[in-house]
Design a protein around this ligand. Structure first.
Ligand SMILES: *Cc1c(COP(=O)(O)O)cnc(C)c1O
Length: 405
Protein backbone atom coordinates (compact mmCIF):
# COMPACT_ATOMS: atom_id res chain seq x y z
CA UNK A 1 0.00 0.00 0.00
CA UNK A 2 2.85 2.32 0.81
CA UNK A 3 4.02 2.26 -2.78
CA UNK A 4 0.54 2.97 -4.10
CA UNK A 5 0.19 5.75 -1.59
CA UNK A 6 3.45 7.34 -2.69
CA UNK A 7 2.46 7.29 -6.32
CA UNK A 8 -0.87 8.89 -5.44
CA UNK A 9 1.02 11.59 -3.54
CA UNK A 10 3.36 12.12 -6.48
CA UNK A 11 0.37 12.70 -8.77
CA UNK A 12 -1.51 14.92 -6.29
CA UNK A 13 -1.67 18.54 -7.53
CA UNK A 14 -2.32 19.75 -3.96
CA UNK A 15 0.63 17.95 -2.39
CA UNK A 16 2.74 21.08 -2.17
CA UNK A 17 0.36 22.77 0.29
CA UNK A 18 1.59 20.42 3.01
CA UNK A 19 4.80 22.45 3.07
CA UNK A 20 2.86 25.54 4.08
CA UNK A 21 2.12 23.86 7.41
CA UNK A 22 4.38 22.92 10.25
CA UNK A 23 3.61 19.20 10.46
CA UNK A 24 5.97 17.73 13.06
CA UNK A 25 8.44 15.09 11.92
CA UNK A 26 7.32 11.57 12.84
CA UNK A 27 3.70 12.55 13.40
CA UNK A 28 0.70 11.41 11.38
CA UNK A 29 -1.86 13.96 12.35
CA UNK A 30 -5.43 12.72 12.07
CA UNK A 31 -6.90 15.27 14.45
CA UNK A 32 -7.07 18.42 12.36
CA UNK A 33 -10.81 18.34 12.98
CA UNK A 34 -10.11 19.09 16.63
CA UNK A 35 -7.10 21.38 16.43
CA UNK A 36 -5.78 22.27 12.98
CA UNK A 37 -2.03 22.33 12.28
CA UNK A 38 0.08 25.45 12.56
CA UNK A 39 0.48 27.32 9.25
CA UNK A 40 4.15 28.19 8.74
CA UNK A 41 3.26 31.85 8.20
CA UNK A 42 1.53 32.22 11.58
CA UNK A 43 4.53 32.69 13.92
CA UNK A 44 5.99 35.48 11.76
CA UNK A 45 2.62 37.21 11.52
CA UNK A 46 2.13 36.99 15.28
CA UNK A 47 5.66 38.27 15.86
CA UNK A 48 4.82 41.27 13.71
CA UNK A 49 1.54 41.92 15.53
CA UNK A 50 3.09 41.46 18.96
CA UNK A 51 6.38 43.35 18.51
CA UNK A 52 5.37 45.90 15.93
CA UNK A 53 1.67 46.62 16.26
CA UNK A 54 1.41 46.07 20.00
CA UNK A 55 4.98 46.61 21.29
CA UNK A 56 5.92 49.62 19.22
CA UNK A 57 2.72 51.22 17.99
CA UNK A 58 0.68 50.45 21.08
CA UNK A 59 -2.82 51.86 21.23
CA UNK A 60 -2.42 53.66 17.90
CA UNK A 61 -2.73 50.25 16.21
CA UNK A 62 -6.49 50.20 16.74
CA UNK A 63 -6.48 52.69 13.88
CA UNK A 64 -3.10 52.40 12.15
CA UNK A 65 -3.24 48.58 11.91
CA UNK A 66 -7.04 48.66 11.68
CA UNK A 67 -7.40 46.30 14.64
CA UNK A 68 -10.87 47.70 15.16
CA UNK A 69 -12.15 46.10 11.95
CA UNK A 70 -10.35 42.78 12.29
CA UNK A 71 -13.53 40.85 13.29
CA UNK A 72 -15.25 42.09 10.10
CA UNK A 73 -12.16 41.58 7.92
CA UNK A 74 -11.66 37.98 9.01
CA UNK A 75 -15.42 37.36 8.78
CA UNK A 76 -15.43 38.64 5.20
CA UNK A 77 -12.65 36.20 4.33
CA UNK A 78 -14.53 33.28 5.87
CA UNK A 79 -17.74 34.25 4.00
CA UNK A 80 -16.86 32.76 0.56
CA UNK A 81 -15.90 29.46 2.22
CA UNK A 82 -19.47 29.07 3.49
CA UNK A 83 -21.45 30.63 0.65
CA UNK A 84 -22.12 33.92 2.43
CA UNK A 85 -21.66 37.55 1.50
CA UNK A 86 -18.72 39.34 3.14
CA UNK A 87 -20.92 41.54 5.33
CA UNK A 88 -22.92 38.59 6.64
CA UNK A 89 -20.10 37.03 8.69
CA UNK A 90 -18.14 38.24 11.69
CA UNK A 91 -15.31 36.53 13.59
CA UNK A 92 -15.68 36.81 17.34
CA UNK A 93 -16.04 34.99 20.65
CA UNK A 94 -16.41 31.21 20.90
CA UNK A 95 -18.91 29.00 19.11
CA UNK A 96 -20.74 28.58 22.43
CA UNK A 97 -21.14 32.32 22.99
CA UNK A 98 -22.22 32.89 19.40
CA UNK A 99 -24.82 30.14 19.77
CA UNK A 100 -26.21 31.91 22.81
CA UNK A 101 -26.47 35.18 20.92
CA UNK A 102 -28.11 33.70 17.86
CA UNK A 103 -30.51 31.32 19.63
CA UNK A 104 -31.70 34.29 21.70
CA UNK A 105 -32.04 36.45 18.61
CA UNK A 106 -34.05 33.76 16.83
CA UNK A 107 -36.40 33.28 19.80
CA UNK A 108 -37.07 37.01 19.91
CA UNK A 109 -37.95 36.93 16.21
CA UNK A 110 -40.60 34.24 16.73
CA UNK A 111 -42.77 35.55 19.57
CA UNK A 112 -45.23 32.95 20.86
CA UNK A 113 -42.91 30.07 19.94
CA UNK A 114 -40.36 28.73 22.40
CA UNK A 115 -39.13 25.41 21.09
CA UNK A 116 -35.56 25.04 19.92
CA UNK A 117 -35.37 21.76 18.05
CA UNK A 118 -32.15 19.78 17.79
CA UNK A 119 -30.99 16.16 17.87
CA UNK A 120 -29.81 14.12 20.84
CA UNK A 121 -26.06 13.56 20.59
CA UNK A 122 -25.46 16.93 18.96
CA UNK A 123 -22.20 18.50 20.17
CA UNK A 124 -22.61 19.05 23.91
CA UNK A 125 -22.15 22.80 23.97
CA UNK A 126 -24.90 23.24 21.38
CA UNK A 127 -27.50 21.46 23.48
CA UNK A 128 -26.19 22.98 26.73
CA UNK A 129 -26.67 26.48 25.36
CA UNK A 130 -30.33 25.71 24.69
CA UNK A 131 -30.59 24.33 28.22
CA UNK A 132 -29.20 27.57 29.64
CA UNK A 133 -31.86 29.58 27.84
CA UNK A 134 -34.47 27.10 29.03
CA UNK A 135 -33.44 27.74 32.66
CA UNK A 136 -33.95 31.44 32.01
CA UNK A 137 -37.48 30.64 30.90
CA UNK A 138 -36.79 31.76 27.34
CA UNK A 139 -36.58 28.48 25.45
CA UNK A 140 -37.88 24.96 25.44
CA UNK A 141 -35.40 22.36 24.37
CA UNK A 142 -36.60 19.51 22.23
CA UNK A 143 -34.25 16.78 21.00
CA UNK A 144 -35.54 14.47 18.31
CA UNK A 145 -33.70 11.73 16.38
CA UNK A 146 -32.45 12.97 13.01
CA UNK A 147 -34.80 10.80 10.97
CA UNK A 148 -37.79 12.36 12.73
CA UNK A 149 -36.74 16.00 12.72
CA UNK A 150 -38.76 17.11 9.72
CA UNK A 151 -41.91 15.62 11.23
CA UNK A 152 -41.27 17.36 14.56
CA UNK A 153 -41.45 20.85 13.04
CA UNK A 154 -44.72 22.05 14.55
CA UNK A 155 -45.90 25.58 15.21
CA UNK A 156 -44.14 25.78 18.58
CA UNK A 157 -40.73 25.54 16.94
CA UNK A 158 -38.96 28.88 16.80
CA UNK A 159 -35.60 27.51 15.73
CA UNK A 160 -34.15 24.38 14.21
CA UNK A 161 -30.53 24.18 15.30
CA UNK A 162 -28.27 21.46 13.95
CA UNK A 163 -24.62 20.68 13.32
CA UNK A 164 -24.04 20.17 9.60
CA UNK A 165 -21.35 17.46 9.94
CA UNK A 166 -21.79 15.44 13.12
CA UNK A 167 -18.72 15.66 15.32
CA UNK A 168 -18.66 11.95 16.17
CA UNK A 169 -19.75 10.26 12.97
CA UNK A 170 -19.18 12.93 10.33
CA UNK A 171 -22.72 12.30 9.02
CA UNK A 172 -24.03 15.27 7.05
CA UNK A 173 -27.46 16.76 7.20
CA UNK A 174 -29.19 17.83 4.00
CA UNK A 175 -28.97 21.54 4.78
CA UNK A 176 -31.15 22.64 1.95
CA UNK A 177 -34.04 20.23 2.57
CA UNK A 178 -34.14 20.77 6.32
CA UNK A 179 -33.89 24.52 6.01
CA UNK A 180 -36.81 24.50 3.60
CA UNK A 181 -38.87 22.23 5.88
CA UNK A 182 -38.21 24.51 8.86
CA UNK A 183 -39.17 27.61 6.90
CA UNK A 184 -42.39 25.96 5.73
CA UNK A 185 -43.20 25.38 9.41
CA UNK A 186 -42.50 29.03 10.19
CA UNK A 187 -39.26 28.31 12.06
CA UNK A 188 -35.79 29.78 11.64
CA UNK A 189 -32.64 27.69 11.15
CA UNK A 190 -29.21 27.88 12.74
CA UNK A 191 -26.45 25.68 11.32
CA UNK A 192 -23.32 24.86 13.29
CA UNK A 193 -20.56 24.55 10.69
CA UNK A 194 -17.77 23.63 13.12
CA UNK A 195 -17.00 20.38 11.28
CA UNK A 196 -17.77 21.55 7.78
CA UNK A 197 -16.65 25.18 7.35
CA UNK A 198 -13.29 25.13 5.59
CA UNK A 199 -13.49 21.36 4.99
CA UNK A 200 -16.32 21.00 2.50
CA UNK A 201 -18.38 23.27 0.30
CA UNK A 202 -21.21 24.94 2.18
CA UNK A 203 -23.67 27.30 0.51
CA UNK A 204 -25.65 29.17 3.14
CA UNK A 205 -27.09 31.55 0.55
CA UNK A 206 -28.38 28.80 -1.75
CA UNK A 207 -29.90 27.00 1.25
CA UNK A 208 -31.48 30.23 2.45
CA UNK A 209 -30.08 29.58 5.91
CA UNK A 210 -30.93 32.17 8.55
CA UNK A 211 -28.03 31.84 10.96
CA UNK A 212 -24.80 29.90 11.27
CA UNK A 213 -21.81 29.59 13.55
CA UNK A 214 -18.48 27.85 13.06
CA UNK A 215 -15.17 27.13 14.64
CA UNK A 216 -11.82 28.83 14.04
CA UNK A 217 -9.42 26.27 15.47
CA UNK A 218 -10.45 23.16 13.55
CA UNK A 219 -10.33 23.20 9.73
CA UNK A 220 -9.49 26.91 9.63
CA UNK A 221 -6.22 26.36 11.50
CA UNK A 222 -6.58 29.46 13.67
CA UNK A 223 -4.84 28.00 16.73
CA UNK A 224 -6.04 26.76 20.12
CA UNK A 225 -9.14 28.64 21.24
CA UNK A 226 -9.17 30.76 18.07
CA UNK A 227 -12.18 33.06 17.68
CA UNK A 228 -15.26 31.50 16.14
CA UNK A 229 -17.54 33.07 13.52
CA UNK A 230 -21.20 33.90 13.18
CA UNK A 231 -23.37 34.37 10.10
CA UNK A 232 -26.66 36.23 9.85
CA UNK A 233 -28.48 36.36 6.49
CA UNK A 234 -28.76 39.91 5.29
CA UNK A 235 -32.57 39.80 5.34
CA UNK A 236 -32.41 39.53 9.15
CA UNK A 237 -29.88 42.30 9.72
CA UNK A 238 -32.50 44.81 10.81
CA UNK A 239 -34.43 42.37 12.98
CA UNK A 240 -31.74 40.67 15.03
CA UNK A 241 -31.33 41.68 18.62
CA UNK A 242 -28.75 39.85 20.68
CA UNK A 243 -28.72 39.79 24.47
CA UNK A 244 -25.01 40.44 25.09
CA UNK A 245 -25.30 44.16 24.47
CA UNK A 246 -21.65 45.00 24.93
CA UNK A 247 -20.07 48.27 23.92
CA UNK A 248 -18.22 46.87 20.90
CA UNK A 249 -21.58 46.01 19.33
CA UNK A 250 -22.78 49.57 19.81
CA UNK A 251 -23.38 51.74 16.75
CA UNK A 252 -20.92 54.32 18.11
CA UNK A 253 -18.82 52.78 20.86
CA UNK A 254 -16.59 55.83 21.18
CA UNK A 255 -19.45 58.17 21.96
CA UNK A 256 -19.58 56.45 25.36
CA UNK A 257 -23.33 56.92 25.57
CA UNK A 258 -25.37 55.65 28.55
CA UNK A 259 -27.79 53.95 26.18
CA UNK A 260 -27.26 51.01 23.90
CA UNK A 261 -27.91 51.47 20.20
CA UNK A 262 -26.97 48.34 18.25
CA UNK A 263 -24.55 48.65 15.35
CA UNK A 264 -25.79 47.72 11.87
CA UNK A 265 -25.90 44.10 10.71
CA UNK A 266 -23.52 41.49 12.10
CA UNK A 267 -21.43 44.18 13.82
CA UNK A 268 -23.99 44.10 16.61
CA UNK A 269 -22.92 40.55 17.39
CA UNK A 270 -19.72 41.92 18.88
CA UNK A 271 -19.74 42.16 22.62
CA UNK A 272 -16.43 43.09 24.28
CA UNK A 273 -13.01 44.06 22.93
CA UNK A 274 -11.88 41.46 20.37
CA UNK A 275 -8.74 39.40 21.02
CA UNK A 276 -6.42 40.74 18.36
CA UNK A 277 -3.72 38.08 18.66
CA UNK A 278 -6.25 35.31 18.17
CA UNK A 279 -7.84 37.05 15.22
CA UNK A 280 -4.46 37.71 13.60
CA UNK A 281 -3.57 34.02 13.82
CA UNK A 282 -6.98 33.01 12.51
CA UNK A 283 -6.61 35.32 9.53
CA UNK A 284 -3.47 33.47 8.42
CA UNK A 285 -5.26 30.12 8.63
CA UNK A 286 -8.29 31.41 6.72
CA UNK A 287 -6.12 32.95 3.99
CA UNK A 288 -4.37 29.65 3.46
CA UNK A 289 -7.57 27.59 3.31
CA UNK A 290 -9.09 30.13 0.90
CA UNK A 291 -5.98 29.92 -1.29
CA UNK A 292 -6.23 26.12 -1.55
CA UNK A 293 -10.01 26.26 -2.06
CA UNK A 294 -12.73 24.32 -0.31
CA UNK A 295 -13.81 22.36 -3.40
CA UNK A 296 -10.33 21.00 -3.90
CA UNK A 297 -9.94 20.26 -0.21
CA UNK A 298 -13.17 18.33 -0.10
CA UNK A 299 -12.33 16.30 -3.20
CA UNK A 300 -9.03 15.32 -1.66
CA UNK A 301 -10.51 14.49 1.73
CA UNK A 302 -12.90 12.06 0.09
CA UNK A 303 -10.02 10.38 -1.74
CA UNK A 304 -7.99 10.19 1.47
CA UNK A 305 -10.76 8.63 3.51
CA UNK A 306 -11.66 6.14 0.79
CA UNK A 307 -7.99 5.20 0.49
CA UNK A 308 -7.87 4.75 4.29
CA UNK A 309 -10.76 2.30 4.06
CA UNK A 310 -9.09 0.39 1.24
CA UNK A 311 -5.94 0.10 3.34
CA UNK A 312 -8.01 -1.22 6.26
CA UNK A 313 -9.64 -3.88 4.16
CA UNK A 314 -6.32 -4.96 2.62
CA UNK A 315 -4.78 -5.16 6.08
CA UNK A 316 -7.78 -7.22 7.24
CA UNK A 317 -8.52 -4.83 10.06
CA UNK A 318 -12.14 -5.24 11.04
CA UNK A 319 -13.58 -2.23 12.77
CA UNK A 320 -17.21 -1.19 12.86
CA UNK A 321 -17.61 1.92 10.74
CA UNK A 322 -20.01 4.42 12.29
CA UNK A 323 -19.54 7.10 9.63
CA UNK A 324 -21.61 6.85 6.45
CA UNK A 325 -19.91 4.50 3.99
CA UNK A 326 -20.85 6.81 1.13
CA UNK A 327 -18.29 9.64 1.10
CA UNK A 328 -20.80 12.24 -0.10
CA UNK A 329 -22.79 11.71 3.07
CA UNK A 330 -19.96 12.45 5.46
CA UNK A 331 -17.51 15.21 6.33
CA UNK A 332 -13.72 14.85 6.37
CA UNK A 333 -13.54 12.03 8.88
CA UNK A 334 -14.02 8.35 9.58
CA UNK A 335 -15.14 7.03 12.93
CA UNK A 336 -15.15 3.47 14.17
CA UNK A 337 -16.71 1.80 17.17
CA UNK A 338 -14.60 -0.42 19.39
CA UNK A 339 -15.03 -1.37 23.05
CA UNK A 340 -11.39 -0.46 23.68
CA UNK A 341 -11.30 2.64 21.52
CA UNK A 342 -9.64 4.71 24.23
CA UNK A 343 -6.67 2.37 24.75
CA UNK A 344 -6.23 1.81 21.00
CA UNK A 345 -6.20 5.55 20.48
CA UNK A 346 -3.55 6.01 23.18
CA UNK A 347 -1.40 3.21 21.74
CA UNK A 348 -1.58 4.89 18.34
CA UNK A 349 -0.64 8.27 19.81
CA UNK A 350 2.42 6.63 21.41
CA UNK A 351 3.41 5.62 17.87
CA UNK A 352 2.91 9.15 16.58
CA UNK A 353 -0.45 8.51 14.94
CA UNK A 354 -2.69 11.15 16.48
CA UNK A 355 -6.41 10.58 16.14
CA UNK A 356 -8.88 10.95 18.96
CA UNK A 357 -11.33 9.15 21.14
CA UNK A 358 -14.89 10.23 21.71
CA UNK A 359 -16.74 8.81 24.66
CA UNK A 360 -17.76 6.05 25.10
CA UNK A 361 -16.37 3.89 22.29
CA UNK A 362 -15.54 5.93 19.21
CA UNK A 363 -12.16 6.03 17.51
CA UNK A 364 -12.17 9.10 15.30
CA UNK A 365 -9.79 9.93 12.47
CA UNK A 366 -9.99 13.35 10.88
CA UNK A 367 -8.59 13.88 7.40
CA UNK A 368 -7.69 17.54 7.17
CA UNK A 369 -6.87 17.45 3.48
CA UNK A 370 -4.68 20.55 3.39
CA UNK A 371 -1.67 18.80 4.87
CA UNK A 372 -2.26 15.05 4.80
CA UNK A 373 -0.74 12.64 2.32
CA UNK A 374 -1.91 9.28 1.02
CA UNK A 375 1.28 7.95 2.60
CA UNK A 376 -0.08 9.04 5.98
CA UNK A 377 -3.19 6.93 5.37
CA UNK A 378 -1.17 3.81 4.54
CA UNK A 379 1.14 4.30 7.51
CA UNK A 380 -1.68 5.05 9.95
CA UNK A 381 -3.44 1.85 8.93
CA UNK A 382 -0.22 -0.16 9.26
CA UNK A 383 0.17 1.13 12.81
CA UNK A 384 -3.47 0.50 13.62
CA UNK A 385 -3.22 -3.07 12.34
CA UNK A 386 -0.08 -3.67 14.41
CA UNK A 387 -1.60 -2.17 17.56
CA UNK A 388 -4.63 -4.43 17.26
CA UNK A 389 -2.82 -7.61 16.15
CA UNK A 390 -0.14 -7.46 18.83
CA UNK A 391 -2.55 -6.46 21.60
CA UNK A 392 -0.20 -3.58 22.37
CA UNK A 393 -3.17 -1.44 23.42
CA UNK A 394 -3.76 -3.72 26.41
CA UNK A 395 -0.80 -2.21 28.28
CA UNK A 396 -2.01 -0.43 31.40
CA UNK A 397 -0.41 2.93 30.45
CA UNK A 398 -2.84 3.17 27.57
CA UNK A 399 -5.84 2.92 29.86
CA UNK A 400 -5.20 5.94 32.04
CA UNK A 401 -7.57 8.76 31.16
CA UNK A 402 -6.09 12.22 30.70
CA UNK A 403 -8.07 15.41 31.40
CA UNK A 404 -8.58 16.07 27.70
CA UNK A 405 -9.44 13.15 25.48
C1 LIG B 1 -15.78 22.27 18.22
C2 LIG B 1 -17.23 22.53 18.30
C3 LIG B 1 -17.71 23.57 19.09
C4 LIG B 1 -16.76 24.36 19.92
O1 LIG B 1 -17.34 25.33 20.69
P1 LIG B 1 -16.43 26.38 21.45
O2 LIG B 1 -17.38 27.20 22.20
O3 LIG B 1 -15.66 27.16 20.43
O4 LIG B 1 -15.50 25.60 22.34
C5 LIG B 1 -19.08 23.80 19.07
N1 LIG B 1 -19.91 23.05 18.32
C6 LIG B 1 -19.47 22.03 17.55
C7 LIG B 1 -20.41 21.24 16.72
C8 LIG B 1 -18.11 21.74 17.53
O5 LIG B 1 -17.66 20.73 16.79
Amino acid sequence: MLERARSLDAADPQASFRHRFDVPEGVIYLDGNSLGCLPKATPARLEQVVRGEWGRDLIRSWNSADWIHLPQRVGAKIAPLIGAQPHEVIACDSVSVNLYKLISAALAMRPGRKTVLSEPGNFPTDVYMIEGLEKQGLAQRRLVAREELAGALDDNVALLMLTHAHYKTGQLFDMEALTRAAHEAGALVLWDLSHSGGALPVDLTACEADFAVGCGYKYLNGGPGAPAYAFVAQRHHEAIAQPLSGWMGHAKPFEFSDDYTPAAGVDRLLCGTPGILGLAALEVGVDLIAEIGVERLYAKSQKLSEFFRQCLSEADVELELVSPADPVQRGSQLSFRHGDAYAICQALIARGVIGDFRDPDILRFGFAPAYLRFEDMAEAVRHLAEVIETGEWQRSVFRERAAVT
